[in-house]
Ligand binder design. Structure first.
Ligand SMILES: Nc1nc2c(c(=O)[nH]1)N[C@@H](CN(C=O)c1ccc(C(=O)N[C@@H](CCC(=O)O)C(=O)O)cc1)CN2
Length: 290
């Protein structure tokens, strides 16, 4: 069993980004700038946003965090997005998800200027990504690709099963791994929590790579996978005792795996690193450097 260490990979990517930024700054350009919008006080979101702001500093970026109250209206949030879109000093913006019930998240995402949409959630970026064109790619999915690439895990020609069909993880990773560029060229089956159990097992038991993003602790058990599988655990579940675990029963399944991501320290770290890659791309696009 080998660990796909997200911290090690993310640290290496961030060091590389910081070098590129310092070359741009030495040449007289301003630093890349990310704006983060956080609505309310969702505890995990607070921690993710803190990690994004800290990683901006490590990457040599400027960042600013705009906090809005839980009760903010959709209209007020859309107005703020318009202001950020028009602000030339911001290269990229993210609105931390989830948003409170009164706000339609997709309407907010649709209002972000595609050239500042470093989350890659806007339909224009999602569409370009699906077509294999240059685009901001959803950070978790992109981070998984970067992690597989870093550890030289073979993907082309492999059978990959994704469990979970969310717009931010399951759908984009299934498209990216099946595309014929970068790290793709896998044969991908997209399953989800409503896939009949028998069918799910039929798929996962013959998969070379399983990616799980369902938000259920211990969902993947040893009987579901074959020996030598590569297992990517996207789940982040907080147990009552304060422990964070993924969607995989790690102690039981790890001995069967050739490669496996830990939680914490796996995909989560890569999400933040991939967001930095997207921000650098937004900046380089702005200055026509790429
Ligand atoms: N606007 C967005 N909102 C959300 C996204 C996103 O990509 N864009 N993804 C998730 C949350 N997320 C990033 O925002 C995220 C999740 C997890 C981690 C992370 O580093 N996890 C650590 C453990 C976390 C902890 O200790 O609390 C790990 O796995 O090691 C970073 C970012 C939903 N919202």
């Amino acid at each position: 069993m080998n660990l796909l260490d997200g911290k090690r990979c993310a640290d290496s990517l961030i060091a590389d980004i910081a070098k590129q930024v310092s070359r741009h700054v030495d040449a007289g350009l301003r630093k890349p700038h990310m704006t983060v919008v956080l609505v309310g006080h969702h505890a995990p979101s607070e921690s993710y946003v803190k990690s994004k702001v800290t990683t901006c500093t490590l990457s040599g970026f400027e960042s600013n965090l705009i906090r809005l109250p839980e009760t903010v209206t959709e209209k007020e949030l859309l107005w703020l997005i318009q202001q950020i879109n028009a602000d030339a000093s911001t290269d990229g913006v993210i609105v931390q998800l989830p948003l409170p019930k009164q706000i339609n998240a997709q309407r907010v995402i649709n209002a972000i200027a595609p050239e500042k949409d470093i989350d890659g959630f806007h339909p224009a970026n999602f569409g370009r990504m699906a077509l294999g064109q240059k685009a901001f790619r959803p950070a978790t999915a992109y981070g998984i690709c970067k992690l597989l690439q870093f550890y030289q895990v073979p993907v082309a020609g492999k059978h990959c099963v994704v469990i979970g069909r969310s717009n931010i993880v399951g759908k984009p990773i299934s498209i990216m791994l099946s595309n014929d560029f970068d790290i793709g060229n896998a044969t991908v089956t997209l399953t989800h929590i409503e896939t009949p159990r028998e069918l799910l097992l039929e798929e996962t038991r013959r998969a070379d790579i399983v990616i799980v993003a369902v938000g259920i602790p211990g969902f993947v058990t040893p009987d579901m996978v074959k020996d030598g599988v590569t297992l990517i655990d996207v789940g982040i579940n907080r147990l009552e005792n304060g422990k964070i675990v993924g969607d995989v029963d790690f102690p039981a399944v790890a001995p069967k795996c050739e490669w496996i991501t830990p939680v914490p320290g796996g995909v989560g770290r890569m999400t933040v690193a991939a967001l930095m890659i997207n921000t650098l791309m937004a900046y380089q696009n702005n200055f026509e450097l790429a």
